[in-house]
Design a protein around this ligand. Sequence first.
Ligand code: S3P
Length: 442
Amino acid sequence: MQQQADVTFRLQPGGRLQGRMRVPGDKSISHRSIMLGALADGVTEISGFLEGEDALATIAAFRAMGVRIDGPVQGQVTVHGVGLHGLQAPAGPIDCGNSGTTMRLLAGLLAGQAFDSELVGDVSLSSRPMRRIADPLTRMGARIELSAAGTPPIRIRGGQRLRGISHQSPVASAQVKSCLLLAGLYAEGRICVSEPQPSRDHTERMLAGMGYALQRDGTTVCLQGGGRLQAGRIDVPADISSAAFFLVGASIAEGSDLVLEHVGINPTRTGVIEILRLMGADIEVLNPRDVGGEPVADLRVRHALLRGIRIPEELVPLAIDEFPALFVAAACAEGETVLTGAAELRVKESDRIAVMADGLRTLGIDAEALPDGIRIRGGRLSGGRLASHHDHRIAMSFAIAALRASGEIVIDGCAIVNTSFPGFAELARQAGLRIETAGATM
Ligand code: S3P
């Protein structure tokens, strides 16, 4: 997926965040709603779908495999499921754009098909590690080829007989776990995946919601191949990973008082709330409710004085996408924040440890990259010019830093924000961020 003309964010310092807002739909759940909807028997109606490029790449992939998908129109999508064995061979390589979730989950699914396939991605995705899925898929009997460096493109030979395995994943990764569960749908016998710590469990919840039997015990999940999925309704909550920029922004900016509506608060995703609260943040969880098997609430966040902490390592997988924003919170906190046990951050859409440490130093903050984390001493943020490094969350994290900066912040390469948060600049401006965009309409 090619970015068109790129966008620069220009932020004037100061401001505060106020009012009520609903951020776009959860990216992880949006991907899975298309994938499982396509494999189900019957029609799946989705609301709240994320109309960002990553989730649109997943829609395009399934259309290329013959699935009729109507929408998205204002977050509504209709997927006409073809059943587990109804996908057709795509005419060419499937472009996953910037989306690791599209690529890794599809690889598992495609390993069980009768046809050959190839998955490609953009410059960022093309450098991300894929042996973590290719090795266990190969043990299941799949035939997979990667580049010599273990990166995309991924070439998958169809028509293989898959068998269930027990896989002990060395990393807590929902993408690895979900990839293998999807391959497991096509396997003879039982697939079991164990992780060192729990990762997000949206795949398990959605499979169960569609009537597929799973066995869960601690951080192990198993399923038996050969079942069926039943279509239904899926209501996608607002993405806590997108809400995170505003949780941090309102926490650091004096006078802020903001309500984020209908946010998914699945306990495998709420590490950002726990970490911010440990730092002294004032976040209230209002009106908690259950929406189609996923917990949802409104989050009220008010300005608070933050203090540096040692981030508990067990919270790392539960906040894995929120660390760039949390590092901005740490830069605004009193004292030192230390994160360890987070080497995974080096293989996200960018090396988020190196990129954030460099960027914070550009803004005058004492930040030191560690092999598996970062040390940040809170201080006074200056203005400066930064790059997104083809990473949406880097761009949005430095944008909210402007709330506490003493000079203008300019961020280049911000079209990538559309992968997960279309309309970010507009929504943030309405809430009080002094943001202008140049180069294209966001
Ligand atoms: C995701 C899992 C996480 C996360 C990514 C989305 C998912 O990746 O960082 O943004 O939807 O399964 P890992 O599984 O690599 O930790």
